[in-house]
Design a protein around this ligand. Structure first.
Ligand SMILES: CC(C)(COP(=O)(O)OP(=O)(O)OC[C@H]1O[C@@H](n2cnc3c(N)ncnc32)[C@H](O[C@H]2O[C@H](COP(=O)(O)OP(=O)(O)OP(=O)(O)O)[C@@H](O)[C@H]2O)[C@@H]1O)[C@@H](O)C(=O)NCCC(=O)NCCS
Ligand SMILES: Nc1ncnc2[nH]cnc12
Length: 297
C-alpha cells in the first residue's frame, strides 16, 4: 500500500497539525505520521497489519500522536527559554515534561506503549533546537547532534551503568548485554542515523527514488545495524541477530526498491509476527532519520 501525500494530509487534519505552533514541532509530528504510515514494516504496526502486536493498531498510534503532539511545542519552548548554568541542567529540566507527555500517551492509548522511545528522542531534539534558536545559532544536523551529545554526556553511565534500580527494560538489558538503547543513541548524537540511515536516505533521494521507497530502504538498514533493545527484550540476542541477518540478506538482494523487494518485506513481516519480534527502536529511528533530513544544508 502506498502512503500517499493525500493520506498524510488527511491524518494531519485529524490530529490538527496546524494547531502546533513551532515549525520544528510540526516537523516532528509529521515524522511520526510518516513512520506509522510507512508499509510494509516487518513486525511493526503499519497500514497493512498490527505486526507482532496484539494490544495496538494503526488507530492507537494516531490517537497517541494526537495526544502527545501538543507536548512537542512544550519541548521546543523549554529549550527556547532555557538559561543554562551547566550542560547537565538540560536533562534535569526536560524530564518532567517528558514524563507528562508519556502520561498523556498512556491515557490516550489505554496504557499501551506506542511512543515512549519517540517521546524521549523528539523531546530531546526539539529542546536542543529551541535552545539553538534562542541563541540564534544555525540549526543543522551537525549543530543539533553535537549539542545533544554534550547535553546527554554521561547519561548511559549515570542511568544505566551506575544505576542499581534495575526497573526498566533498558536498565535490565544494559546489565545483561551492555546494550545502551534509547539513551545510548541520544548520547552518541544519533550516530546510527548520522552514519547509516541518513546517508542511505540521501543516496536514495539523489538516485530519484520517492520518499516512501527511500524510507523503506532506510528501515532495512536500521533493521540490519541498529542494536534494537525491543528485539532483545522480546527475543533475546538470537531475536536481534535473526532480524539483523535477514535484513542484511534483503539489502544484498536489492532491498526495497521494487515490487519483489516489497514482497520480501511482507515475507519477513510474517516471520517476525510468528516469532513475536517487533523492532520498535528502529521504528523511532526511521522517524528521526526523516526529521533530521529536513535539517541538512
Ligand atoms: C529513556 C527512557 C525512554 C527509558 O526507557 P527504557 O529504560 O525502557 O529504555 P530502552 O530499553 O532503551 O528503550 C526505550 C524505548 O526506546 C526505543 N528504543 C529501543 N532501542 C532503541 C535504540 N537502539 N535506539 C533508539 N531507540 C530505541 C523503544 O521505543 C519504541 O518501542 C516502543 C514500543 O515497543 P513494544 O515492543 O510494544 O514495547 P513494550 O510495550 O515496552 O513491550 P512489550 O510488552 O510489548 O514487549 C515504543 O515506545 C517506541 O517508541 C524502547 O521501548 C525513559 O522511559 C525515560 O527516561 N523517560 C523519562 C522521560 C525523560 O527523561 N524524558 C527526557 C526527554 S523528553
Ligand atoms: N509502527 C510501530 N509499531 C510498533 N511499535 C512502534 N514504536 C514506534 N513505532 C512503532
Amino acid at each position: 500500500m502506498n502512503y500517499s501525500t493525500k493520506q498524510i494530509a488527511l491524518l494531519s487534519d485529524e490530529i490538527d497539525l496546524q494547531s502546533i505552533k513551532y515549525p520544528s514541532a510540526q516537523l516532528a509530528v509529521r515524522a511520526l505520521l510518516k513512520e506509522i504510515c510507512l508499509s510494509p514494516k516487518p513486525g511493526l504496526v503499519d497500514m497493512l497489519n498490527n505486526g507482532a502486536h496484539r494490544d495496538m493498531d494503526f488507530s492507537t498510534f494516531i490517537a497517541s500522536i494526537k495526544a502527545i503532539s501538543p507536548w512537542f511545542d512544550e519541548f521546543y519552548h523549554y529549550g527556547y527559554t532555557l538559561k543554562l548554568n551547566n550542560q547537565s541542567d538540560f536533562l534535569v529540566g526536560i524530564r518532567p515534561i517528558g514524563l507528562a507527555c508519556e502520561k498523556a500517551m498512556y491515557l490516550a492509548t489505554h496504557n499501551v506503549n506506542t511512543h515512549k522511545g519517540g517521546i524521549f528522542a523528539f523531546g530531546l531534539l526539539l529542546g536542543v533546537i529551541g535552545y539553538l534558536e534562542q541563541r540564534q545559532e544555525t540549526t543543522n544536523v551537525t549543530t543539533i547532534c553535537s549539542t545533544l551529545m554534550s547535553f546527554c554526556h554521561g547519561i548511559v553511565k549515570k542511568e544505566l551503568q551506575l544505576s542499581n534500580s534495575n526497573q526498566t527494560v533498558g536498565e535490565k538489558l544494559f546489565k545483561h548485554y551492555q546494550l545502551s538503547g534509547a539513551r545510548g543513541e541520544a548520547e552518541s548524537g544519533y550516530a546510527t542515523v548520522r552514519q547509516i540511515s541518513l546517508p542511505i536516505y540521501n543516496k536514495m533521494q539523489q538516485a530519484g527514488y520517492d520518499e516512501e521507497t527511500s524510507l523503506l530502504q532506510v528501515m532495512l538498514h536500521l533493521l540490519a545495524y541498529n542494536q534494537d533493545t525491543n528485539l532483545v527484550s522480546r527475543g533475546g540476542l538470537a531475536g536481534l541477530h535473526f532480524v539483523q541477518n535477514s535484513a542484511k540478506q534483503l539489502i544484498e538482494r536489492g532491498g526495497a526498491t521494487d515490487l519483489i523487494g516489497r514482497s520480501h518485506l511482507e515475507k519477513l513481516d510474517k516471520q517476525l509476527i510468528k516469532r513475536n519480534l517487533s523492532p520498535g527502536g528502529s521504528a523511532d529511528l526511521i522517524a528521526i532519520t526523516w526529521f533530521l533530513a529536513q535539517y541538512q544544508n
